[in-house]
Design a protein around this ligand. Structure first.
Ligand SMILES: *Cc1c(COP(=O)(O)O)cnc(C)c1O
Length: 359
């Protein structure tokens, strides 16, 4: 039986969107491919709220995270981590021989403006990376405030942001916040199958990257950028056109829904799950200002077996997620992203209530 996935990615894909993956292939060097990719880029700029260049990558989001830190760091990167995905960015820097330091928050707490200010005051860094929405913890970091700090005090520092689990589900103002490289992937708030990543790159990020000697090739942001500019949105290697057909269609649907409405729907679902979480358990993130709009992490205060709960949910056609890493049994997570509706979220929680005997 199909299980509706309330895990934080991959999420369920609506059938009409999924079927677009089966569109007959086209040549990736023809005019039709250019038109498809140009159209995606124009629509994606609206979702990203940016005038920067959009780059598509046939990889998951991690590919472009690695590209970002490797291509943009000339001196040293300050990697701010509030959980597993911040840690991953640091590992990528190390694995590529990119000089970097990791600055971690206390578990459950955000990356603050003060932390960024303190690190940048040392003058050691020319790049910072921040996780906008940390999927292990359910934290949404104050990326707008951090961007404001950079603009006023450290305008030369490049700002790289992981929005893998929030772009398309939360209001992210790439240009207003001054984000130089903003990264996402298809299988979370965009509501598509995994396999394609998307980022926006600023002109100054590309100019900085040109000064970096070893940028790799497949994930070289300069190579991708130059190719897009000179070859009308085409790519150096064969992209997943299947994803592009579905993405183009999904972007039309998202823009037809209206971005403001889409973001409001995510907040509505988040508020419902939080209220449920507070009534029966507790929320992992205590300061409500930093709660994620796209997934909620509950503290497992009733010490339920999430494995057993998921077995029973599976019989009813649902799946939620246990905690990530160290938090495996101490927390559990429910996603409310992409195309889900409040009614579907209510249906999930009603089923959990029945299984656990909650009133
Ligand atoms: C899922 C996720 C990633 C990893 O993305 P992939 O597309 O799986 O490579 C990175 N960061 C965050 C915040 C995520 O939620």
């Amino acid at each position: 039986m199909h299980k509706k996935l309330f895990i934080p990615g991959p999420v369920d894909v609506r059938e009409d969107v999924l079927l677009k993956m089966a569109t007959p292939q086209i040549g990736h060097r023809g005019k039709a491919a250019s038109a498809l990719q140009r159209g995606i880029s124009e629509k994606m700029k609206k979702v990203f709220q940016t005038e920067n260049t959009i780059i598509l990558s046939t990889s998951s989001g991690s590919g472009l995270m690695e590209a970002g830190i490797r291509c943009c760091t000339r001196k040293r990167a300050a990697v701010f981590s509030v959980g597993a995905f911040g840690d991953r960015w640091y590992k990528m820097a190390k694995a590529n021989g990119v000089p970097a330091d990791k600055i971690s928050s206390v578990p459950g707490q955000p990356t603050t403006v003060a932390m960024v200010d303190e690190a940048l005051a040392t003058g050691k860094y020319d790049v910072i990376t921040v996780t906008h929405n940390e999927t292990s913890a359910g934290i949404m970091n104050p990326c707008g405030e951090i961007g404001e700090l950079l603009k006023t005090k450290y305008p030369e520092v490049l700002y790289l942001v992981d929005t893998v689990s929030s772009m398309g589900g939360a209001d992210i103002k790439v240009d207003q916040w001054g984000i130089d490289v903003c990264i996402t992937s298809t299988q979370k708030c965009l509501g598509l199958p995994a396999g394609m990543a998307i980022c926006s790159v600023s002109e100054r990020a590309i100019a900085a990257a040109r000064q970096v000697e070893n940028r790799g090739l497949y994930f070289d942001l300069v190579e991708l950028y130059d190719y897009i500019q000179s070859k009308d949105h085409q790519y150096p290697s064969t992209p997943s056109l299947s994803h592009m057909f579905a993405l183009d269609y999904q972007l039309d649907k998202m823009l037809a829904e209206g971005l403001e409405k889409r973001f409001a729907r995510h907040i509505e679902m988040a508020e419902y799950v939080r209220a449920w979480g507070k009534k029966h358990f507790a929320l992992f993130v205590e300061d409500e200002k930093y709660l994620s709009n796209t997934l909620t992490t509950m503290k497992n205060t009733k010490e339920i077996s999430v494995g057993d709960l998921n077995k029973k949910l599976a019989e009813r056609g649902f799946e939620i997620s246990n905690g990530y890493g160290d938090l495996k049994d101490k927390t559990f997570r429910i996603s409310h992203m992409a195309d889900y509706t409040l009614d579907e979220v209510k249906e999930l929680l009603r089923n959990i209530d029945e299984i656990l005997g909650l009133e």
